[in-house]
Write a protein that binds this ligand. Structure first.
Ligand SMILES: [Fe+2]
Ligand SMILES: [Fe+2]
Length: 376
C-alpha cells in the first residue's frame, strides 16, 4: 500500500509549501509533448450492440450534436464586470477578518479585478481541460478493446473539439486574457496520458476530470446571468453528462473482474487525481497576477468556508460514481477513508451519472432551434 508521499508527493494534504512548489515550467512553449505509452488495439469482433448500454449512448450521441459556431448567440454583448460579479461570492472571504492580510487595503476596484481574473482563469483551465479530454478520448478510440466503446469514443472526440472551440472563442472574443495550464492540472493530465492501461484513461478523464467539470459547469451555469455563457455551458453539460456515463458504464464491467491489488492501484490513482484537482483550485497564478504572494494568501484560503463549500460541490458527481464502480469500498474502504479526509464522503448517496445524461439532454425545443439555425 503506497503512502501519501508516494502518491501525491507530500505527507500532509495541506502542506502549502509543497503545493506551491509545483508551478508551470513550460508556459512559454507553444506546445507540450507528453509520452503516450499505449498500444493501439484492433478488434475483429465487429458485432455492434454487444454492449447495449454503450450502443444506446452512441446512438444518442449521433443525434445530439450541435454546432458551436451557429447554435450559440455570439453576437451577445458581454459585460465582463457583470460576469465577474455573478461569481464574486467565490472570490470573497465571507466573514474572515482581513486586517493584517494582503487584502486589508483592498477597495471595490481590486475586488472587481480579482473577479475578472478569476473568470479568465477558470475558463482558461476549462479550455485546457477540454483539450486534455480531446486527447484522452482520441487515445481511448485507439486503446479500448470493445467496438461499441470505440464507436462511442469517436463521437466524444467530436464533442471535445467543439468544447475546446467554444471556450477558446468565448475567452478570445468576450473576455480578455488567457491563463496558461495550471501546473497541478498539468501533472494530472500527464499522468493520465502516460499510463499504458486503457481503463486509467477513463478513470482519470471520464470519472475524475469530467465528473468535476460536470459539477463545476452546473454551478457556473446556475450562477451566471450572462446569456451567451449560460447557453454555452448548458450545451456543453448535455455532452459532458454522456461522457461521464461512458466512463461509468465501461469501467463498471471491467472493474467487476479486477483483483484487490489491481483495484488498489485504481483507488490510489483516483485519490491522486482528487488531490491534484483540489490543489488546482488554490489558483496560485491568479494571486501572482494580482501582485500578491500566494504564500500569504493560501493560509486564508485553506479555511475559507466559501472555498470549502465550492470545493465540496466539485465532488458531487465524482463520489457517487466512484461508489458505483466499487472504488470507495474495496480494500477495506481505502478510498472512502481518503474522501473522508477531503471532507467529501457525504455525497456518496447522490445519484450516479450512469443514466443521468437523459436528464441533461437538450430538449426538443433546443434541438429544433439548432436544426433551424442550420437551415434544416
Ligand atoms: Fe468536454
Ligand atoms: Fe467531456
Amino acid at each position: 500500500m503506497s503512502t501519501n508521499e508516494e502518491i501525491i508527493g507530500r505527507a500532509d494534504l495541506n502542506d502549502l509549501e509543497a503545493i506551491l512548489s509545483v508551478s508551470a515550467a513550460d508556459q512559454d512553449d507553444a506546445i507540450r509533448a507528453v509520452k503516450d505509452n499505449a498500444d493501439a488495439i484492433f478488434t475483429w469482433d465487429y458485432e455492434k450492440g454487444s454492449r447495449p448500454a454503450l450502443n444506446k449512448l452512441y446512438e444518442k450521441a449521433k443525434v445530439s450534436m450541435w454546432n458551436g459556431e451557429t447554435d450559440l448567440p455570439w453576437d451577445t454583448e458581454v459585460d465582463q464586470e457583470q460576469v465577474a460579479r455573478d461569481n464574486m461570492a467565490l472570490g470573497s472571504f465571507g466573514d474572515i477578518d482581513l486586517t493584517h492580510t494582503p487584502f486589508a487595503n483592498w477597495g471595490d476596484d481590486e475586488w472587481m479585478n480579482l473577479g475578472m481574473e478569476f473568470q479568465n482563469w477558470s475558463l482558461s483551465q476549462f479550455m485546457h481541460g477540454e483539450q486534455g479530454a480531446l486527447i484522452c478520448t482520441a487515445k481511448i478510440v485507439e486503446t479500448v478493446p470493445w467496438i461499441d466503446a470505440k464507436y462511442y469514443a469517436s463521437t466524444q472526440v467530436m464533442d471535445e473539439a467543439r468544447h475546446v472551440e467554444v471556450f477558446a472563442k468565448y475567452l478570445d472574443t468576450k473576455l480578455n486574457g488567457h491563463y496558461p495550464l495550471n501546473a497541478h492540472l498539468g501533472l494530472l493530465l500527464d499522468d493520465i496520458i502516460e499510463d499504458s492501461r486503457w481503463d486509467m484513461t477513463y478513470l482519470g478523464m471520464q470519472i475524475m476530470v469530467e465528473g468535476l467539470a460536470l459539477a463545476a459547469f452546473g454551478f457556473m451555469h446556475q450562477m451566471t446571468t450572462e446569456p451567451l455563457l449560460k447557453k454555452l455551458l448548458r450545451y456543453v453539460m448535455s455532452d459532458e453528462a454522456r461522457h461521464v456515463a461512458f466512463g461509468v458504464l465501461s469501467l463498471k464491467e471491467y472493474y467487476a473482474e479486477l483483483t484487490d491489488a489491481e483495484m488498489l492501484e485504481r483507488q490510489e490513482f483516483a485519490f491522486e487525481a482528487a488531490v491534484r484537482m483540489r490543489d488546482r483550485f488554490m489558483q496560485q497564478e491568479v494571486w501572482e497576477r494580482m501582485g500578491l504572494k500566494p504564500k500569504e494568501v493560501l493560509p486564508l484560503l485553506i479555511d475559507n468556508p466559501n472555498r470549502l463549500l465550492f470545493q465540496q460541490m466539485l465532488f458531487t458527481k465524482i463520489v457517487p460514481n466512484c461508489k458505483k464502480l466499487g472504488l470507495l469500498d474495496r480494500n477495506d474502504g481505502w478510498l472512502r477513508h481518503r474522501f473522508e479526509e477531503l471532507g467529501v464522503i457525504e455525497f456518496e448517496h447522490l445519484t450516479d451519472t450512469s443514466d443521468e445524461y437523459q436528464a441533461f439532454a437538450l430538449g426538443e425545443q433546443e434541438l429544433s432551434e439548432s436544426a433551424a439555425s442550420l437551415g434544416a
